[in-house]
Write a new protein. Sequence first.
Length: 306
Amino acid sequence: MSLHHIDGLDLGIDELEDEAVEIIREVAAESRNPVLLFSGGKDSAVLLHLAWKAFRPGRIPFPVMHVDTGHNFDEVLDYRDRMVESYGVRLVIASVQESIDSGRVVEDPSPRSSRNRLQSVTLLDAIAKHEFSAAFGGGRRDEDKARAKERIISFRDRFGQWEPRNQRPEPWNILNTRTRQGEHVRAFPLSNWTELDVWRYIGRERIELPDIYFSHRRVVVERDGMLLGVGGPVVPEPGESVRELVVRYRTVGDASCTGAVISSASTVDEVIAEVAAARITERGATRADDNFSDSAMEDRKREGYF
């Protein structure tokens, strides 16, 4: 496997696809009980499609798991259920609400709180309950500086913790998925992709996405420099301006902390052109949880986040 954007090399979509498929096959072959993390977002949609390609004409030999915050976009839940049926995979739902009800986590009652950070405990509990030894994720190195530190195979100790200084070297792309009882790994087949690569692949493969990735009219409130969709966990506060704008989402997450961007891009080609001109990553521009501090993503990863 070659590396993307290393030593001046810029891989094309075919090479990226080949690399990702090889990673998926290798991890599936060496892991006792893998699972694919599926949020309903564009990266996990591409990951699911690649898993289908890796094992066709057979079935995908592992389940998909959605860590459900309870603060989802309706369009994303509808999409998730369609994709599970379309690809014929088993869906495991790990519920943050159940973690709250059982006392495993405590929800912040303030009106601007998010359940996003609570996902770590829910995810680790589900991995332990189902004894998953490897979890495929759609993380990419271009998203955030903490993600840039990731190996393709990210080792997690028996407490589910990620320590960047305790990761395994991958010389010549040799992947080590071995774990002891209670440990597991996260596998990131899209590590070397960019947001633009993802969209170009979506266009080439005609991968269906939730409608919110394309321009539509939505009632939003501007809060902390972000446009949050009104409804569900987002309730306008006194003095806040509520408007109906033409927007789209660059990333999908907890609705309480995932912002939209003003955009008229209604097709994949138009989104590609928009992304090519962007100078801020999708998470940096639209995820309040990542802007909480300079080390927000790394802090959550150390706790067990994706």
